[in-house]
Design a protein around this ligand. Sequence first.
Ligand SMILES: Nc1ncnc2c1ncn2[C@@H]1O[C@H](COP(=O)(O)OP(=O)(O)OP(=O)(O)O)[C@@H](O)[C@H]1O
Ligand SMILES: [Mg+2]
Length: 291
Amino acid sequence: MTQDNMTTSDSDADTENEPLVSPAPGSEAIDTDSKRRRTIHDETVVEARNLDVYYGDDQALRDIDIEIPKKQVTAMIGPSGCGKSTFLRCINRMNDLIDSCRVDGELYFEGKNVYDEDVDSVALRRRIGMVFQSPNPFPKSIYDNVAYGLRVQGKTQNMDEKVENALKGAALWDEVKDRLDESGLELSGGQQQRLCIARAIAVDPDVILMDEPASALDPVATSQIEDLIADLAEEYTVVIVTHNMQQAARISDKTAVFLTGGELVEFDETQKIFENPESQRVEDYITGKFG
Ligand SMILES: Nc1ncnc2c1ncn2[C@@H]1O[C@H](COP(=O)(O)OP(=O)(O)OP(=O)(O)O)[C@@H](O)[C@H]1O
Ligand SMILES: [Mg+2]
């Protein structure tokens, strides 16, 4: 949750997802109703075309082309510093918050270039939520952590039910239903991460970006998060960065391999990447010859 989100307060209505652009006459607002009616899988939800990203004079990503399918889990793997987090942050424009960062090329969310001038980055981040490596609950009660984004958006009707549903969706409800008033910070690390996932899904986003969400957790908590990710993909598009190749192989439908220099070297079905990659460099990376 960013400062931007925190300072924005919408009016009343408990409506469906809002468009990314202000509803000026002639603007191309996204028709979320038609999106919700579509059920075709393999539909692209996020697409990068010739995407280059720089921090000052240093280029972090080079000419990235990728099409991320809807309601599937897409894993991003690759050695440290190859640009995985940078790419993830491009998708919901979190890189805007880094002064030196510059993005060239195109990044589409449901066909709309998120870097167009008329896109509201706060609205974008409501549709594309994020979960970080270290669990970062707010110093508030469990209930208030989950209710937070809904309150910011003015969606306060049936709040108890929405909080319960989000906690159930994050596989945390049974563990916390009798202690909703306790601080989120009193939960275990794995529970805190599931609380952050509940907070992210409470506002009903389309896409959930996860940057190494289990790397700070023990094996049991990791396995709970992995199970949860598989369930989340029934309803959401999940893009996850992980250093754990077994994890990528276990939980993702597609895998993108970034290698040093900020190149996306190969992107394919996860099974193909791990069993029969096209690129020798990818094979070497996966078999541990480098990286
Ligand atoms: N805020 C920043 N300012 C300047 N350079 C940055 C910033 N964030 C990342 N970089 C640089 O961009 C490159 C890609 O970094 P990024 O964090 O995206 O890599 P990563 O693949 O996520 O690595 P890791 O696996 O270690 O998390 C690196 O060279 C890094 O030093
Ligand atoms: Mg990273």
